[in-house]
Design a protein around this ligand. Structure first.
Ligand SMILES: Nc1ncnc2c1ncn2[C@@H]1O[C@H](COP(=O)(O)OP(=O)(O)OP(=O)(O)O)[C@@H](O)[C@H]1O
Ligand SMILES: O=C(O)[C@H](O)CO
Length: 383
């Protein structure tokens, strides 16, 4: 009997690997000789580096880079087991959590540190980079990343632009002659957390600027600046990126990577499914178990459990979901490949307590799931 156990992390409770291990423990109490293949998953958001490092036997690399407001920050990325792939969450270097609320100002915040992480990964010899976009403090269209990698963004006096989305209206010329040549040799897969375009009412500035500290006037300014930047990207690089879905992710870094790198914007879950070779493991499984912290209406929009379920259904493998908690709308997941869904909370308690006892609650739920499977098999036999 083979189980593939492929959950996401449960935010603020357990990593994906801890969730998988807890579920395995529960299963093994009922089926001690079952084969359990543990595949920690992620959807491109927070936790993706940890899950892919755990899934491939890789390592976390830490290094100091420029933070969003120019301060040094200790950031990290994942070097996967193949030693050829780096996984970078841009938020590790340029995330909103790195800027105290009173200092949030997307006119000046930069993605330079994300570029420095890319450089560090290139120095360690990778040929493939998975980049997760989202949770940023920035609105610079990826200008900081480009500059860190050698692109020159010049004003009318031939001077380099300063940091932040507030500078972009000064852009006159883009000079890529000093772009690090390794950029042309690596393949990029980019996971966006949203599919917003770069500019306009659904663009990066209008939708995500306010949460980064922009006033309505600043939102208007930032939006104009990104529109000007997009025009220059078209003029100098012949890349028309403004309206592409995902171009507005991470303050327009989506647009920047499309313009400066050879890359594809993909669903995060799809990238993780490929990197973990989920299909290969699932095709001869008897059951697939997946899960996430909260299963709600969002789950069907590109989240891990549905990505895993769709892969399992390609091979007609039954799928069991284990969730921290579920909302009323969660039943929609049954139309998307999850056959059974179990929340794990056993009693009423403060959230902090519930989050702390995540692993034991998962283990108990998994044991109950396994007992139901055993009961079902016995009943079937007796018919
Ligand atoms: N051990 C747990 N028991 C019960 N509920 C949990 C547990 N862990 C997490 N949750 C719930 O899940 C929520 C977080 O959901 P989840 O881990 O799916 O992250 P998300 O932000 O919804 O997803 P994503 O990171 O993919 O966008 C928490 O706020 C909490 O309500
Ligand atoms: O970083 C951001 O701007 C949001 O998470 C959307 O990508």
């Amino acid at each position: 009997m083979k189980f593939v156990i492929a959950p996401d992390s449960f935010k603020e409770s357990v990593t994906a690997m801890q969730a998988a291990e807890a579920i395995e423990k529960g299963i093994k109490q009922v089926f001690p000789s079952a084969e359990c293949v543990l595949i920690p998953m992620a959807d491109g958001g927070e936790g993706t580096v940890q899950s892919l490092v755990d899934a491939t036997g890789g390592e976390i690399v830490t290094c100091q880079v420029t933070g969003p407001i120019g301060q040094p920050v200790e950031a990290f990325y994942g070097l996967l087991g193949d030693k050829k792939t780096a996984v970078i969450e841009m938020a590790a270097a340029s995330g909103l959590h790195l800027v105290p609320r009173e200092e949030r100002n997307p006119l000046i915040t930069t993605t330079r540190g994300t570029g420095e992480l890319i450089l560090h990964a290139l120095d360690s010899g990778v040929t493939h980079i998975i980049l997760g976009l989202g949770g940023s403090a920035t609105n610079d269209g990826g200008a900081g990343v480009a500059q860190a990698l050698g692109v020159r963004l010049l004003d009318q006096n031939g001077e380099e632009l300063g940091d932040g989305g507030g500078e972009l209206h000064k852009l006159v010329e883009i000079d890529i002659s000093s772009l690090d040549p390794r950029i042309q040799q690596v393949t990029f897969e980019v996971a966006c957390d949203v599919d917003n375009p770069l500019t306009g009412p659904k663009g990066a500035s209008a939708v995500f600027g306010p949460q980064k500290g922009a006033t309505p006037e600043q939102v208007a300014l930032l939006d104009q600046n990104l529109a000007h930047y997009a025009k220059k990207l078209k003029e100098y690089l012949d890349k028309d990126v403004d309206k592409i879905e995902g171009a507005g992710a991470a303050g327009g870094l989506g647009a920047g990577v499309l313009a400066f790198f050879q890359c594809e914007l993909k669903r995060g879950i799809q990238i993780v499914i490929e990197a973990t070779e989920l299909s290969k493991h699932v095709q001869d499984a008897d059951f697939v178990i997946t899960g996430e912290g909260r299963v709600d209406f969002q789950t069907i929009h590109g989240k891990t459990p549905i990505g895993v379920a769709k892969t399992a259904k390609l091979y007609n493998v039954p799928v069991i979901g284990i969730a921290g908690c579920v909302t009323e709308e969660s039943k929609i997941v049954h139309e998307h490949g999850i056959d059974l869904l179990f929340p794990i909370i056993p009693h009423l308690a403060p959230l902090e307590e519930i989050l702390q006892e995540g692993a034991q609650n998962m283990e108990r739920t998994a044991r109950n799931v396994a007992m139901s499977l055993k009961l079902g098999a016995l009943w079937q036999k007796s018919k």
